[in-house]
Design a protein around this ligand. Structure first.
Ligand code: NAP
Length: 261
């Protein structure tokens, strides 16, 4: 019971990483509020884990405010915010051909949505004097991308949000911790679609694109949502009481290859 009785909001709670994180947190004693777009799926997962579902479009600032106020009014505190909501956009086109609508949509959900989440929830944590926020960035925030610049830029932006909000959460003796996690290729609907896009961009099959991807991951496999959920559990638990502003890669060694392998 590593997060017993903590009140946790998990966005993107119907997705691969979000749903698994919600399961793990609930299994370790947290009272979980799943927030996502898909009401039917969200209610099912909430029922399965003994949590609650709240419909939320993360790009809607007033909806964020309503969610934070509702949770605080009902439960009297908000201990944990895990922001997993995200989209990948179109990764099949050369950066010079990426249309503005793809750029705007990816930035709106991944970066602006994450910003609104911190804006809405962190004041309650600051009022309590403590809390833990985990933002989903990606290892692309450390890499170049030929066909995924909107996604990569949004995730680099999230990395910056984590740094800045970590600073704001630690001033005046407050202990509101903010960290970013940077998954590599985790087996979810999102990366299946990204691999299909990359195959299209490279003019090869999905199987060939996946084989190429796996050959660059030292551990030779895509990660599982559980690999990320375990890191999130650590970061939101009291075991990480001295950890803020950290950037945690979960990538099977993808970024530690030597220069010629
Ligand atoms: P996923 O399965 O597609 O889950 C993302 C969830 O976010 C979905 O339930 C999606 O709902 C929801 N969502 C999309 N737009 C939203 C909005 N405007 N408001 C609220 N919810 C919204 O993806 P995932 O692989 O679990 O990824 C979770 C997070 O990890 C994302 O931020 C992703 O960028 C990041 N990440 C993933 C990987 C990976 O390898 N999978 C690697 C690095 C980083 P719908 O399905 O209804 O659109």
């Amino acid at each position: 019971m590593r997060v017993k009785d903590k009140i946790a909001i998990v966005t993107g709670g119907c997705g691969g990483i979000g749903a698994q994180s919600a399961r793990v947190l609930a299994g370790e004693g947290a009272d979980v509020i799943l927030a996502d777009l898909d009401e039917k799926k969200g209610q099912q997962i909430a029922q399965e884990i003994g949590g609650r579902f709240h419909a939320l479009d993360v790009t809607d600032r007033s909806a964020w405010q309503a969610l934070a106020e509702r949770v605080f009014d009902d439960r009297g505190r908000i201990d944990i915010l895990v922001q997993c909501a995200g989209i990948e956009g179109d990764n099949s086109r050369n950066a010079f051909e990426t249309p503005p609508e793809v750029w705007n949509q990816v930035i709106a959900v991944n970066m602006t949505g994450t910003f609104f989440g911190c804006q809405a929830v962190m004041p309650f944590m600051l009022q309590q004097g403590a809390g833990s926020v985990v933002l989903l960035s990606s290892i692309v925030s450390f890499m170049s991308t030929a066909t995924s610049i909107p996604y990569g830029a949004s995730k680099a932006g999230v990395q910056h949000l984590a740094q800045s909000f970590a600073y704001l959460g630690s001033r005046d003796g407050k202990k509101v911790r903010v960290n970013s996690v940077h998954p590599g290729s985790i087996k979810t609907r999102m990366t299946d679609d990204i691999i299909a896009d990359l195959a299209k961009a490279a003019g090869c099959t999905k199987e060939e694109a996946e084989a190429k991807l796996l050959s660059s991951i030292p551990f030779g496999r895509r990660g599982a949502p559980q690999d990320v959920a375990q890191m999130i559990l650590y970061l939101v638990s009291d075991e990480a009481a001295y950890v803020t502003g950290g950037e945690f890669k979960i990538d099977g060694g993808w970024l530690v290859r030597d220069v010629i392998s």
